[in-house]
Design a protein around this ligand. Structure first.
Ligand code: MN
Length: 441
């Protein structure tokens, strides 16, 4: 099953909120991403909102006012400080709610005058919270360019291991340290060992990096012992977001063998505040990337005609960096890379089918990340590890500063959008984080 196009995707729809109709608006009425917000003023508690233009709509307040007919159960689930109750309801209810929100927010809606004044808040006056209670987080390694680039640094003759083209590689990440965009990230302290040194030392990481990734929020899960077959995987996806899987390369290099990433990753992961629903992404579905001639075909549980034809989502990403000096001198953020989800060797649905093939249960609110989204060229690399060839090729910024890895005060900004001729462009907003100094003990 693939989410079908319907009237909510109609590119001619406009909203009565003028800012949503601007050509460069990331949140037009065709998008309607969900997040958890709290107005800074007043005593409001955090609850579920939908981004529209430069505003946030309080979904449960509109439901309580009778403005979301046929979606009252889903609207009531939005009176919560996390999206989990809405996510747990499943795709039938998500779609009903999207349709009701589209009808409420589009130009000409008869309900416009009945929207309570305090149910529409300027986004600039809101604080965003983590969108879900995330019980588990798994991080994949699904960009073949990233896997090859990184593999080549350690195994020049055979960068890809034998399993790569047979299964989507992943590790279990740490959910407790996932933070919302704009949360400063303290430089981690850990054990590192220079190749030239005989013994390791403990101290602040000196090779701190970002990883640009696509995040997938699980809506409904599966019982322990069951699996989610590939053809059903889409029904379990609530929506997608941006993820920064911050990585301390020096800690990672020393600790990762033989069991994989641990403290080099678990000190922090940032997510963007808005979750773009899988239904909103229906116009941007594409075939999964072609396998090179000679590559093995996926095993049957990772293979379906529908996934081959529609398993991809075409999303364009960009990475920007600003330093403290650049900000004080008034330089705009400097673009480091542009890349695309088209570089994924495995679809997000294959990741879900594989994750559960052994009977592992996914749960509502779980986060899955794609792995670093690198393309084939240096200006499409999703990490500094790749862009600076393991720290050997520094680059220069407009302030005259040079970088191999991140310094204190550096801010990393991810953005993404989906465009296709004949459809309204929709955006993901931003995922950003500034590096704070390591603790001093
Ligand atoms: Mn990663």
């Amino acid at each position: 099953m693939t989410a079908a196009l319907n009237e909510t995707h109609d590119p001619s729809l406009k909203s009565w909120i003028a800012e949503a109709n601007a050509e460069d608006a990331e949140f037009p009425v065709q998008n309607l991403p969900f997040g958890v917000f709290k107005p800074r003023a007043g005593k409001h508690t955090a609850r579920v909102g939908v981004a529209i233009g430069d505003r946030v709509l309080d979904v449960s307040a509109c439901g309580a006012a009778g403005l979301l007919p046929d979606a009252s159960e889903a609207a009531a689930a939005c009176a919560s400080s996390s999206l989990n109750p809405l996510m747990a309801l499943g795709p039938f209810h998500w779609s009903r709610l999207r349709s009701a929100l589209s009808r409420l927010l589009r130009s000409g809606s008869e309900l416009q005058s009945r929207v309570p004044a305090d149910a529409l808040v300027r986004a600039a006056e809101c604080e965003m919270r983590l969108p879900a209670e995330i019980g588990d987080y798994s991080d994949f390694f699904a960009s073949i360019h990233h896997a090859t680039n990184v593999g080549r640094m350690f195994r020049p003759d055979s960068p890809l291991l034998d399993n790569y083209k047979y299964l989507p590689i992943a590790y279990h990440g740490r959910a407790s340290s996932i933070v919302i965009s704009e949360t400063p990230l303290k430089r981690p302290i850990g054990q590192t060992k220079l190749a030239s040194a005989e013994v390791p030392v403990v101290g602040p990481s000196r090779r701190l990096d970002y990883e640009l990734e696509l995040g997938v929020f699980i809506g409904t899960g599966n019982p322990l012992g069951d699996s989610i077959p590939l053809e059903n995987a889409e029904r379990h996806v609530f929506g997608l977001c941006l993820v920064n899987d911050w990585s301390a390369r020096d800690i990672q290099t020393w600790e990762y063998q033989p069991l994989g990433p641990f403290l080099g990753k678990s000190f922090g992961t940032s997510v963007s505040p808005w979750i773009v629903t899988i239904e909103a992404l229906a116009p941007f579905r594409v075939p999964r990337s072609l396998r090179a001639p000679g590559d093995p075909q996926p095993l049957p549980y990772l293979s379906s005609e529908n996934d081959a034809l529609h398993g991809g989502v075409d999303i364009a990403f960009e990475i920007e960096l600003t330093t403290a000096k650049m900000r004080s001198e008034g330089h705009p953020p400097h673009r480091l890379a542009r890349t695309s989800s088209r570089h994924l060797y495995w679809t997000i649905f294959q990741m879900i089918a594989h994750h559960t093939v052994n009977g592992c249960n996914l749960r509502t609110g779980d986060l899955i990340a794609s792995g670093t989204l690198s393309g084939p060229e240096v200006d499409s690399f999703g990490s500094l590890l790749e862009a600076t060839l393991n720290g050997t090729q520094p680059f220069t910024l407009p302030s005259g500063e040079s970088r191999t890895f991140l310094e204190d005060g550096d801010e990393v900004i991810f953005r993404a959008c989906c465009s296709r001729s004949g459809y309204r462009t929709i955006g993901f907003g931003e995922c950003r984080g500034v590096i704070a100094p390591a603790r001093d003990n």
